[in-house]
Write a protein that binds this ligand. Structure first.
Ligand code: PXP
Length: 252
């Protein structure tokens, strides 16, 4: 059986969180991005939030200029962000819901209920050659909605699964994995490219990496956290190894 390659996108937002804690320029998220690539990251993700709490406009501009791997511009579907993406022309734009009061992106986009504002923005980004991905809950109806919106990619929100892993809740881990696996298979059957991310760490990545339909994982917090202890290159290599072992093991 031939293996679908599994890409690792490294999210560098929290290097900027540490930098911004002191308001200066150190540590530089762009330097972290280049190090992550050197260590085996297939792409870099950065989320320019409306409140600029971590990544700044100048980070995005530098990343778009210097990266030699795909840049995934994570953003709310606002006119401001769409205009910036159209100017910077990243490889991909991952559209996420954004609430000012949230600590991190708490759920997927509601594309079944409220998608009217998304359609023209997806069309504009796609028209500029930017690969649009929708950050969504792992659910069949949502996969159908993504297809109708003509987005080529979905990123399945793995946050609930990761919370279950952290809580050691085996029943919920199993049910969440089924939800992710079914959505990945169904979405792929519809012609969508399926990514996954949010909350993934060394102790949770394996079962998601093992799902053969998933083409890319986007991981940030656990990698930047682990970098404190083992250094960023080693953290990236360890994650890559865990992903590869799970993917190969699932095909034996
Ligand atoms: N994918 C998306 C769409 C996200 O919003 C985030 C968090 O910024 C991630 C992946 C990475 O999540 P984490 O930092 O928990 O690994």
């Amino acid at each position: 059986m031939s293996l679908r390659p599994l890409r690792l996108g490294v999210n560098i937002d929290h290097v900027a969180t540490v930098r911004n804690a002191r308001g200066g320029t150190y540590p530089d998220p762009v330097r972290a991005a280049l190090m992550a690539v050197e260590a085996g990251a297939d792409g870099i993700t950065a989320h320019l939030r409306e409140d600029r709490r971590h990544i700044r406009d100048s980070d995005m501009e530098t990343l778009a200029r210097v990266l030699t791997v795909p840049l995934n511009f994570e953003m709310a579907a606002t006119d401001e962000m769409v205009a910036m993406a159209l100017r910077l022309k990243p490889h991909a734009a991952c559209l996420v819901p954004e609430k000012r009061e949230e600590r991190t992106t708490e759920g997927g986009l509601d594309i079944v209920g409220g998608h009217a504002h998304l359609r023209p923005r997806i069309a504009a980004l796609s028209g500029a050659g930017i690969r649009v991905s929708l950050f969504v809950e792992p659910d069949r109806a949502v996969m159908d909605a993504a297809r109708r919106l003509e987005a080529p990619v979905v990123e399945l929100h793995t946050g609930t699964y990761c919370e279950a892993v952290a809580a050691g809740d085996t029943a919920r881990i199993a049910s969440e994995l089924v939800r992710i696996a079914e959505a990945a298979a169904y979405g792929t059957g519809l012609g969508l490219e399926v990514h996954a991310g949010h909350g993934l760490a060394l102790d949770s990545v394996g079962p998601v990496a093992a799902l053969p339909e998933i083409a890319e994982l986007n991981i940030g917090h656990a990698l930047i956290g682990e970098a404190i202890f083992v250094g960023l290159p080693q953290a990236v290599r360890d994650m890559r190894a865990a992903m590869d072992a799970a993917r190969v093991g699932a095909c034996r």
